[in-house]
Ligand binder design. Structure first.
Ligand SMILES: NC(=O)c1ccc[n+]([C@@H]2O[C@H](COP(=O)([O-])OP(=O)(O)OC[C@H]3O[C@@H](n4cnc5c(N)ncnc54)[C@H](O)[C@@H]3O)[C@@H](O)[C@H]2O)c1
Length: 435
């Protein structure tokens, strides 16, 4: 079997870590158990190439796909997000993995290429599973003829969905796509509650700083920004938000956060985190005005939210430890930059906790099954982007309720009719409902 990971001697530790997190991946395990109990392998025949952070929670997703009948090959969607023990553990289980923490950008693309073909050239995926859209763009651009045969792709994150929609608009998306991010049980949980826990984990592992009493600035108050702002508030920081969208700005204000222009608050901030999925948010026009010693980081998908290219040319970089740099600007000010501007929760910590990733990955698994099951129907058309149907979204939530000891009340027929539902078992909301 072909693979490339950092150190196979870490495999046994990785296997023990997988066991530790398995019980928290409750809904995903239950989904697999239900299929297996019926004797079904809904992904039999599927050949999936995955490009998603190669960490311990992703092992749960990979195991689920294999247990449901798929063959998989895997790389990570970020150069810093691999857990080397997880990668080694999956190789020991017989999965071709191409991922290690701290790879170069060139190695990153090499790894993606290696996940598309076996050495004999016999294997090419018929499904893609992506996080951020790099794999999808690569296959569409480099192998357009092959891409036309791919059954579909499921996409994990906001930024990847933006890219899919752009490709679809320009007629460049050669396969059907399922937008996993906008399942309610993904973005309203992973992006909010996941980041609420993992952002601080990253900052604290990297810097050991005291957050209480500090001034924290959260750029962007979408789902990720909401989680980050809550987290800083819970820890006792004074929290400021920057926004461009008046709706999100009022949401922040009414949740108790002052909303200011970045240029008016940057000189007071002790910690700044970008959560926008946009480029040039912390830019050269404001960077020289930072408070010296500021901790600067990003939790959005790509490393262009903070202008790291400008910082490379205009600051003296000293590595304090991997993924933590001290940057000295020409005016003498110091910035502590985490994960070189890449997602801090995955670069400096281990990403979200397993329970919330189980929700995201149950959606991913359902999306893959949907695409594969409908490979000969025209339910999912090439070049179009679909969301997970409401009843499946509710099913993902239902699978996760027992683990939290949740008791659900049951509607009567009369009540269901009174609020306009087709069934006492849901769907409980229309697609327009915002949660
Ligand atoms: N690190 C992780 O674990 C993780 C998890 C989920 C999502 N993400 C990524 O995080 C990013 C944000 O995701 P989201 O779901 O919160 O998106 P979102 O669209 O809900 O929120 C982004 C917010 O940023 C605001 N914004 C845009 N440009 C801005 C600017 N220049 N200044 C201030 N605000 C600005 C937008 O108005 C919006 O409210 C995406 O790149 C996504 O892929 C990361």
């Amino acid at each position: 079997m072909d693979y490339k990971v950092k150190d196979m001697s870490l495999a046994d530790m990785g296997l023990r870590e997988i066991e530790l997190c398995e019980s928290e991946m409750a809904g995903l395990t239950e989904l697999v158990r239900q299929y297996r109990a019926k004797g079904e392998l809904p992904l039999k025949g599927a050949r999936i190439t995955g490009c998603l952070h190669m960490n311990i929670k992703t092992c749960g997703l990979m195991d689920a796909l294999v247990d449901l009948g798929a063959e998989i090959r895997w790389s990570s969607c970020n150069i810093f997000s691999t857990s080397d023990s997880s990668a080694a553990a999956m190789v020991k289980k017989g999965i071709p993995v191409f991922a290690w923490k701290g790879m170069t950008q060139e190695e990153y693309w090499w790894c993606i290429e290696k996940t598309l073909w076996t050495e004999d050239g016999e294997w090419f995926p018929n499904l893609l599973l992506d996080d951020g859209g790099d794999l999808t763009a690569y296959v569409n651009e480099k192998y357009p003829e092959k891409a036309k045969e791919i059954i579909g792709v499921s996409e994990e994150t906001t930024t990847g969905v933006h890219r899919l929609l752009e490709m679809a608009k320009e007629g460049k998306l050669l396969m059907p796509a399922i937008n996993v991010n906008d399942a309610v049980t993904k973005s309203k949980f992973d992006n909010i509650y996941g980041c609420r826990e993992s952002m601080l984990d990253g900052i604290m592992r990297a810097t050991n700083t005291m957050v209480a009493g500090k001034i924290a600035v959260v750029c962007g108050y979408g789902d990720v920004g909401k989680g980050c702002a809550q987290s800083f508030k819970g820890m006792g920081a004074q929290v400021y938000v920057t926004e461009v969208d008046p709706i999100c700005a009022i949401q922040a204000s009414m949740s108790g956060f002052a909303v200011k222009k970045l240029e008016n608050i940057i000189d007071k901030a002790d910690i700044i985190v970008t959560t926008t999925g946009n480029c040039d948010v912390v830019h050269p026009g404001v960077l020289p005005n930072v408070k010296s010693g500021v901790i600067l980081c990003n939790i959005g998908h790509f490393d262009n939210e903070i202008d790291t290219a400008w910082l490379r040319e205009n600051a003296k970089w000293t590595e304090i430890k991997p993924q933590v740099h001290k940057l000295e600007l020409a005016n003498g000010k110091v910035i502590i930059l985490l994960a070189e501007g890449r997602l801090v929760n995955l670069g400096c910590a281990a990403g979200h906790p397993p329970f919330v990733m189980s929700m995201s990955f149950t959606n991913q698994t359902i999306a893959q099954i949907e695409l594969w099951k409908n490979r000969d129907t025209n339910k999912y058309e090439r070049g179009k982007v679909y969301t997970i149907p409401k009843e499946l979204d509710e099913e993902v939530a239902r699978l996760h309720c027992p683990h939290l000891g949740i008791e659900l009340d049951k509607l009567t027929e009369k009540q269901a009719k009174y609020i306009g539902l087709a069934s006492v078992d849901g769907p409980f909301k229309s697609d327009a409902y915002r949660y």
